[in-house]
Design a protein around this ligand. Structure first.
Ligand code: SIN
Length: 348
């Protein structure tokens, strides 16, 4: 019995060994040469989180940036984009950037003003009349000073991007006069200046993240909002707030930011590629934002459910006068020199 048991075990071991060798189980091979993997250890990944759709001024700019740095670095720098707030919303993205959980974000100027109140200068209403003034403000002397201010919160400032003029979208009434704002619930980005702007109009400003906005409009918690046509269109807000007043009363622009430690960890040539790529796309980005807002305007004009109204000169003047005290407030809590510099940058 014992003899049979031992013979069976020995036979089993021999069988397993033979089969294993035939299946090359014990053999080790070098992996085939794969060009894609060359220099994988040297690759730099920049995770870039933002809250809007891809087909928007910011979404397209993020894609263009990724493409430029990839080309210039021969594939060494890879920008991984996370749109639509899938990673972080606009209330937690700055903290995530500072913690190093993400390397790059592009929040609106307004969303940066809690940390940097002097940045409210670019949120002042009725300061810009034309698109070229916006370009001058985002790429002139003041813009350099604003970017330098970021070092006080340990963030690396790279550039500014344009989205365009904000308009007023409303659910029920088409807003034309200052009086119509009374008791109106208006969504704002978190910003003291924007809150004051709507307080001066006797409205009820409600601060909400971009991600939560759709639900709050649906629930009738918010009846109106100020936003660009591209944001109103790309997120479908116009379907719920189809009364749109073309007021051009304020600017929506972005700061392009990087985690400071990550920036410092990059070699000089990678830093140069990043700054050059952004510089190269300044004009393209600005024109792209204008074109996209224009395209969305045409799409909205073609929609029979949407009403579009351009403020008359007189109505615009009434809005402007009602909001005038905000300039004094800015000078009290912001930086009067920044306002003077802004006027200087856009005066031509
Ligand atoms: C954005 O354009 O990034 C969002 C703007 C908003 O919160 O309305």
């Amino acid at each position: 019995m014992r003899f049979y048991l031992i013979s069976a075990i020995v036979t089993l071991i021999i069988l397993i060994t033979v089969i294993s060798f035939r299946q090359d189980v014990w053999q080790t091979y070098a992996l085939p040469y794969d060009e894609e993997q060359v220099g994988l250890n040297d690759q730099i990944t920049i995770n870039f989180s933002h809250v809007v759709a891809e087909n928007t001024p910011k979404g397209l700019a993020a894609d263009k940036f990724a493409q430029l740095v990839k080309e210039k670095s021969n594939g060494k720098i890879n920008v991984q984009i996370y749109p639509n707030g899938i990673l972080y919303n606009d209330e937690n993205e700055l903290a995530a950037l500072k913690n190093g959980d993400i390397q790059m974000i592009a929040p609106t100027i307004s969303k940066m003003t809690e940390a940097l109140p002097s940045w409210q200068v670019l949120d002042l209403p009725f300061i810009f009349e034309r698109e070229d003034q916006i370009y001058a403000a985002l790429h002139g002397e003041l813009s350099k000073t604003l970017l330098a201010e970021l070092s006080s919160i340990n963030v690396h400032g790279l550039s500014f991007w344009n989205n365009g003029f904000k308009q007023i979208a409303s659910k029920n009434e088409l807003i034309q006069t200052v009086e119509q704002f009374q008791y109106l619930t208006v969504r704002i980005m978190t910003s003291d200046l924007l809150s004051q702007q709507f307080n001066l109009l006797n409205a009820e400003p409600i601060s909400t993240t971009f991600n939560d906005l759709y639900k709050k409009i649906q629930n009738n918690e918010i009846l109106a909002q100020e936003n660009t046509l591209s944001n109103l269109y790309s997120k479908g807000f116009y379907k719920m707030q189809p009364q749109i007043t073309l007021s051009n009363h304020g600017l929506l622009a972005y700061s392009v930011l990087m985690n400071e430690d990550f920036w410092q960890s990059l070699d000089k040539s990678s830093q140069k590629i990043i700054t050059q790529s952004l510089k190269e796309m300044d004009r393209w980005q600005h024109e792209q934002a204008i074109a996209l807002n224009e395209q969305n305007l045409q799409q909205l004009q073609a929609d029979p459910n949407v009403t579009l109204y351009t403020l008359s000169k007189q109505q615009r003047e009434e809005w402007r006068v009602a909001l005038q005290p905000i300039y004094q407030s800015y000078n009290n809590i912001g930086n009067p020199q920044f306002l003077a510099q802004l006027y200087q940058d856009i005066k031509n």
